[in-house]
Design a binder for this molecule. Structure first.
Ligand SMILES: NC(=O)c1ccc[n+]([C@@H]2O[C@H](COP(=O)([O-])OP(=O)(O)OC[C@H]3O[C@@H](n4cnc5c(N)ncnc54)[C@H](OP(=O)(O)O)[C@@H]3O)[C@@H](O)[C@H]2O)c1
Length: 325
């Protein structure tokens, strides 16, 4: 017992004596100096005993902050619908969203491509559910949202990305049926998607809805693409109205405008060396985008990093609109 008291006294009084003897104390030997010394020693003992607490209280700087950011997934615990997920931009976005922690409902017409995507996401430790169907169907739009609620408990993100170009014909030669088919696929499907997605997003009190528009129809008028250009330009109008209507509910709506992208759709439009060179040359960067580059922009719009971004037509087009060479 005596030994314990002696040890405690040594722990307490030795550093106090050292401090007390320090020259820079305000009034060496005064009661204030004694109190100051006791306080300092108390702090030292407390800090020594609670090393973990001290470490967590240190401000995060430099590499510590970067390390923590790098392990935080950008869409952790979010639920997302991605349309046009069987190929190109949608497929790249689905993979990236899953990698960033989102649980996904993915759709496209080709069931085999969907199965392959879902298997790939699951193998990588993600969660995804594929629903094959035609994006022009209202029943599909309703079902995708119902499944998000049923399987994953809600909806946070909708990436309405499916699209088609249609046959290349001048306006005077374009049959009404072909015009209508492109508008149904690119524009009416987006309206139908939003119609069912918005109430689900609203009930979360927040959300991000994204529409894939295009540089075509916004900055470039390509001959033979009237229906495509009209549908993509109209998506920007739809985006703006949704942003205005749903902003008070915490929902952000944005249009994403890719430049020429190296996907089956992009390759179909650049299927000769001459066409490829022409389209590449439209871009300041003199190349097509990789679908992953467009997917990263979709991730930004989907994530909290874009928490004050709404109603925009976001160009991700390699400088088409400023290029004059
Ligand atoms: N590639 C470009 O240069 C470029 C540039 C600007 C904007 N965009 C836009 O980016 C989006 C994605 O295009 P992408 O380049 O990734 O083309 P893509 O590789 O051809 O992919 C198109 C996707 O849309 C789906 N889709 C098409 N019609 C559908 C329908 N009726 N019902 C259900 N799904 C349908 C396709 O799925 P299924 O075939 O399985 O049905 C596929 O998953 C489109 O909206 C496109 O207009 C592309």
């Amino acid at each position: 017992m005596k030994q314990k008291i002696a040890a405690l006294a040594a722990i307490f009084f030795a550093p106090m004596a050292a401090l007390f003897a320090k020259r820079d104390l305000p009034c060496k030997g005064s009661p204030q100096a004694l109190l100051f010394a006791i306080e300092q020693v108390g702090k030292k003992i407390f800090n020594a005993r609670s090393g973990v607490q001290r470490r967590s209280q240190r401000p995060m700087v430099g590499s510590t902050l970067m390390q923590r950011r790098s392990i935080m997934k950008q869409l952790q615990d979010k639920v997302a619908i991605v349309t046009g997920a069987t190929s190109g931009i949608g497929q790249a976005a689905a993979r990236l969203f899953a990698q960033e922690g989102a649980r996904l409902i993915v759709t496209g017409r080709r069931g085999d491509a969907l199965d392959a995507l879902v298997a790939q996401i699951q193998q990588a430790g993600g969660e995804a559910l594929g629903v094959a169907g035609d994006i022009r169907s209202e029943a599909l739009a309703e079902r995708l949202v119902a499944l998000a609620l049923e399987r994953f408990g809600g909806l946070d993100i909708a990436f309405n990305n499916a699209g088609m170009t249609g046959e290349s014909r001048s306006v005077s030669e374009l049959p009404l049926g072909q015009w209508q088919a492109v508008l149904d696929c690119n524009l009416t499907s987006a309206f139908l998607g939003a119609k069912y997605q918005l109430p689900a997003l609203r009930s979360r009190g927040a959300g991000s809805i994204i529409f894939t528009s295009s540089f075509v129809g916004h900055r470039v008028g390509f001959p033979g693409m009237a229906a495509y250009a009209a549908s993509k330009a109209a998506l920007i109008g739809l985006t703006q109205v949704i942003a205005a209507e749903e902003g008070p509910h915490g929902i952000r709506a944005n249009a994403l405008l890719p430049g020429g992208t190296d996907t089956p759709m992009g390759r179909a439009a650049t299927n000769t060396p001459e066409k490829r060179a022409f389209v590449e040359n439209l871009h300041a960067l003199k190349r097509l985008a990789r679908p992953e580059e467009i997917a990263r922009a979709a991730l930004f719009l989907a994530s909290d990093a874009a928490s004050f971004v709404s109603g925009t037509a976001m160009l991700v087009e390699g400088g088409v609109s400023i290029n004059r060479s």
